[in-house]
Structures are given as C-alpha cells and as structure tokens.
Design a protein around this ligand. Structure first.
Ligand SMILES: [Zn+2]
Length: 135
C-alpha cells in the first residue's frame, strides 16, 4: 500500500536534540506532528518508527531516538508522495514549524510541526489503532 502518514509525537520535557545535519534543536514540551509517506511497505516503515534501536538516518530517527520523545498516535491514508507535501502544508497552518525538518528532498519548509491538538486529522485520515498488537 502506498500511504501517507502522520506521527503524533509527545515530548515529555523541553529538550535539546541533535538532529543530524540540522545540529542541536530545542523541542518544547508538548505535541508534534510529523508527516511522512511510504511508497511501499507501509507497515514496515511504521514498525521502524516504533523501534527505538536502529541506525539513525532520517531527521525523524534522531528525534525519536531521544528518551523524552514517544509516538502517541499514528494517522494514515492511502496516497502518493505529492499528497504528503499537501498534508504538510495543511498542518503547517495549525502548528509551529520546525524549520527544514524532514523536508530535504522537497520544497516544503518542514514536515514537523508543534501542534496543540490533532483532532482535525481525524476528518481526513484513519487512526492506526492496532499498532501495539500488529507490529
Ligand atoms: Zn514536502
């Protein structure tokens, strides 16, 4: 399945994290939304995000590697890569941007935003609720 997805990530305490080439960034306590896409093997990708131990490659890997971050919810829908950036633009209107995070291969300002709530995502996307059992 080709899918686009949003990881809702909790930052338990304000913390500074080294995010690969972006260097040290400060993340405030609260909720973040990360937009990604998997053009093949969606479940494997999600499984990879959920595992703490892995080689750090993408910006999101560095972010999730920190002890103070945790994936709280996952939303997804079938879709191709261009929809990923459309969704990132939509979410950017609702949140505070983390500049250049996850957008090295597109023209978006970012694919990570600090948000106040994620209910607006329920209208367009499906929540992946079986994550703890299925992966
Ligand atoms: Zn983009």
């Amino acid at each position: 399945m080709k899918a686009i997805y949003v990881l809702i990530i909790q930052v338990k305490n304000t913390t500074s994290i080294k995010v690969g080439s972006l260097g040290y960034l400060t993340f405030h306590k609260g909720m973040y939304a990360y937009i990604g896409s998997a053009q093949s093997n969606f479940r494997y990708r999600i499984k990879r995000h959920l595992h703490k131990k892995k080689k750090l490659f993408w910006h999101i890997d560095y972010f999730l590697d920190n002890k103070k971050t945790k994936i709280w919810k996952i939303f997804f829908k079938e879709g191709i890569k261009t929809e990923e950036c459309n969704l990132a633009r939509l979410i950017s209107k609702k949140g505070k941007i983390v500049l250049k995070f996850g957008s090295s291969d597109c023209k978006c300002k970012s694919h990570l935003f600090q948000i106040k709530e994620c209910q607006f995502l329920e209208k367009n996307l499906t929540e992946l609720i079986e994550k703890h059992n299925a992966f």
